[in-house]
Design a protein around this ligand. Structure first.
Ligand code: GLN
Length: 454
């Protein structure tokens, strides 16, 4: 813990830790020492962690990287972080992210961008997003692991951009209680770690059935670490042809082929599969996610939390809402709220929101059919490129940024577990990741496949 705290002090340029909690960390570390001495120490005991700013941590600023939550210190702890503290883990502080987890580059954070610690030339690159602070902090050894959340790829894409492991569990595996909601039917928290084994251990600690989240599944949490045998003989790996996009960089193609060969060498059978509705995933996601976001973000009204705008003479409650939300939300969040409100409006609900929900069901059915045909895991690239330069995408059309999620959003729409594993470097020397998608509730098996790729 002390080594991490001093590394954090020396790593200001990365801008990953935005609220530091050294006193809490040292208290928890001392308590962990005592537990270890007493012989009552689970695997996470004494492990120093960074926590994404989206998690409510009692008495500690939890801002979702938004000005609208400035000064907000929750009265309660999220279930996921409570599970980690109960196991003896240590909180070093809160990590930057895209505002309300909307973005793929960490550039929408009210704290300014996070810098990717991978430096191969003069370019400052993004660590990805929205869990960019988590990814940068783990990759730069500021913490041993971090929590992330993933609505459309926000654990897996930053993991790929920084050469670490990130798993989004099956929807319902991890409690959403106390995690600031973005798109409730898609959001899941998960670990971001240096290795597959760490991911297995930390995921096991984060999971629990939680009556406070009605979508939290009441099923046993297996020992994910015990699943890491490295034996995948006879497993069937699906390679979906629709993920071979036009204009895909040759380096990504090559990495994908290498990953396929690694799984084959380990005794798995490689099967070409089709997931025909893949091309509709991105448009469906960018209707469903903003729709849910516009509803979830209605609560930030200047009354209940954080920031309230200064009002002029004669301003009433309407002006208070309008000014507070105009000042408090950044441009990307405002764009999502407007898109979401539009697609849910009486005149357009059927054409957009309902249509997107139907497409979502078809995307899920594609996966169901592949698994019913005996596929155990699906291998795809995690991202369409390695980490891009800061400013490079943010200045372009916002749709350019959305295209980054092309390989990851399908997994959230279908509620499946997905993991990003670092598998190689591109010609510039930047990390690249592959994604494995698993059967629902089979995170152990998924992690074991990832273990072979690592
Ligand atoms: N990049 C996607 C978005 O902006 C996904 C974000 C996420 O998973 N939180 O919506």
């Amino acid at each position: 813990t002390e080594a991490c705290l001093s590394a954090i002090e020396g790593a200001g340029v990365l801008n990953a830790f935005v609220h530091k909690t050294p006193e809490i960390a040292l208290d928890q570390a001392r308590a962990a020492d005592a537990r270890i001495k007493a012989g009552d120490a689970p695997a996470m005991c004494g492990i120093p962690l960074g926590i994404k700013d989206l998690f409510c941590t009692k008495g500690v600023a939890s801002q979702a990287a938004s000005n609208i939550l400035e000064g907000f210190k929750p009265e309660y702890e999220s279930t996921v972080t409570q599970n980690l503290w109960d196991a003896g883990a240590v909180m070093l502080g809160k990590l930057s992210m895209d505002e309300f987890a909307m973005g793929s580059s960490n550039e929408t954070a009210c704290y300014g961008p996070v810098v990717n610690p991978w430096k191969v030339d003069d370019v400052q690159r993004t660590p990805g997003g929205s869990s960019g602070g988590s990814a940068a902090a783990v990759a730069a050894d500021l913490c041993l692991a971090a929590t992330g959340t993933d609505t459309g790829g926000s654990i897996r894409q930053p993991a790929a951009f920084t050469g670490i492991v990130g798993i989004k569990p099956t929807y319902g595996r991890v409690s959403r209680w106390g995690v600031v909601a973005f798109a409730s039917s898609l959001d899941q928290a998960g670990p971001m770690t240096k290795s597959v084994r760490d991911a297995a251990i930390m995921l096991g600690t984060m999971c629990s059935h939680d009556p406070k989240d009605s979508t939290s599944a009441d099923i046993p949490v297996p020992d994910f670490e015990a699943a890491l045998t490295g034996d995948i003989r006879g497993k069937k790996i699906g390679i979906p042809k629709e993920y071979r996009m036009d204009g895909m960089p040759a380096e990504i193609e090559k990495l994908w082929a290498e990953g396929t060969a690694m799984l084959k060498d380990a005794g798995a059978e490689i099967v070409d599969i089709s997931l025909p509705h893949t091309k509709y995933a991105l448009p469906a996601y960018y209707v469903v996610a903003p729709a849910e976001a516009s509803s979830n973000l209605a609560r930030y009204d200047g009354v209940r939390y954080g920031h309230r705008a200064k009002l002029g003479k004669g301003d009433g409650i309407t002006e208070m809402y309008e000014k507070t939300r105009a000042e408090g939300f950044g441009p990307e969040v405002q764009r999502r709220v407007m898109i979401g409100t539009y697609v849910l409006s009486a005149g357009f609900y059927d054409a957009y929101y309902n249509r997107a929900r139907k497409v979502r069901a078809l995307i899920k059915r594609d996966f169901d059919q592949a698994f019913a045909a005996g596929i155990d895991a699906i291998l795809t690239p995690a991202t369409p490129s390695s980490a891009f330069g800061l400013g490079e995408m943010a200045e372009a059309d916002p749709v350019e940024m959305y295209l980054n999620d092309v390989f990851t959003v399908t997994v959230n729409l279908a509620g499946l577990p997905g993991i990003s594993v670092p598998v190689g470097l591109d010609s510039k020397g930047l990390p690249l990741g592959l994604q494995l998608i698993g059967r629902p509730w089979e995170e152990g098996d998924l992690l074991n496949h990832a273990y072979v790729l690592e």
